[in-house]
Write a protein that binds this ligand. Structure first.
Ligand code: NAP
Length: 247
């Protein structure tokens, strides 16, 4: 799907070593972007970049919960590629447990990666984009943040928080030419959902009107749309990619 929809632009994708983040990085690259693949482990980010292949790629290690690390990635990106037009907050973890069993550590770890990490990314990226007068930030929320999933009080809260962050930032940045939108994937095949039992996975699939889980590339398509000028009059929106679930 190489249509050059984001040719000449620079994108940072967090959590890009695998799964949905890797699919997003690949599709943005196919569409002409220079792409910075950010993940916790430098070697895995490097392998992901090698798997995509070609130039216009920069793998970087970064913990999205660390302010200095996120600021450094943005600085290094601008030094290397000269600009920053697209930032995708995708890095994520799950620490599922019932309220009776969930520890404060589980709660804080998930809030930190998803909510604090996205906030740090929005703040650092928008500082560059508002000066340039253009940019698109895409935050990966989840249908879990819309509907609430039992066993995911931490994750659902963080993903709902990302919607609030998206809308508030969109209002602050709209007049500066910077758009901020969110994507809410449903059940998508990745390492995160591979951890589910086959029975739980099948039950979730059965509840989806399209009767199947989504593929990472199907989330990437929505992100490409929001990152590109095809969505030039869309900001503060939440785009569901869930096969019709929870509509
Ligand atoms: P994944 O395969 O587990 O990939 C997530 C990536 O983020 C991993 O490479 C992970 O590295 C990285 N990461 C974790 N903590 C990080 C940190 N502090 N700093 C930088 N990178 C970090 O998950 P996925 O399924 O592709 O999910 C991607 C996003 O989509 C997440 O935000 C997730 O919540 C969201 N989402 C997924 C689904 C689904 O069904 N899969 C549905 C809705 C929303 P490690 O492996 O080293 O931890």
């Amino acid at each position: 799907m190489g249509a050059d929809l984001v040719a000449g632009r620079t994108a940072i994708v967090t959590g890009a070593a695998q799964g949905i983040g890797l699919a997003i990085a690949r599709l943005l690259h196919e569409n002409g972007a220079k792409v910075v693949l950010v993940d916790l482990a430098a070697d895995l980010a490097g392998q992901a970049a090698a798997g995509i292949g070609g130039d216009r790629l920069l793998p970087l290690a970064c913990d999205v919960t660390d302010e200095a690390s996120v600021e450094q990635v943005v600085r290094q990106t601008v030094e290397e590629f000269g600009s920053l037009e697209i930032y995708v907050n995708n890095a994520g973890i799950a620490r599922d447990a019932s309220l009776r069993k969930m520890s404060v550590d589980d709660f804080e770890a998930v809030m930190n990666v998803h909510l604090k990490g996205s906030w740090l990314g929005v703040r650092a990226a928008s500082a560059v984009m508002r000066e340039a007068g253009r940019g698109s930030i895409v935050n990966i929320s989840s249908l879990s943040g819309k509907s609430g999933n039992a066993g995911q009080t931490n994750y659902s809260a963080a993903k709902a928080g990302i919607v609030g962050l998206t809308k508030a930032a969109a209002k602050e940045l709209a007049h500066k030419g910077v758009r901020v939108n969110a994507v809410q994937p449903g059940l998508i095949r990745s390492a995160m959902t591979a951890a589910m039992s086959p029975q739980a996975f099948a039950e979730r699939e059965a509840a989806i009107p399209m009767r199947r889980a989504g593929e990472p590339g199907e989330v990437a398509g929505a992100v490409l749309f929001l990152a590109s000028d095809l969505s030039s009059y869309i900001t503060g929106a939440v785009l569901e990619v869930g096969g019709g679930r929870f509509m």
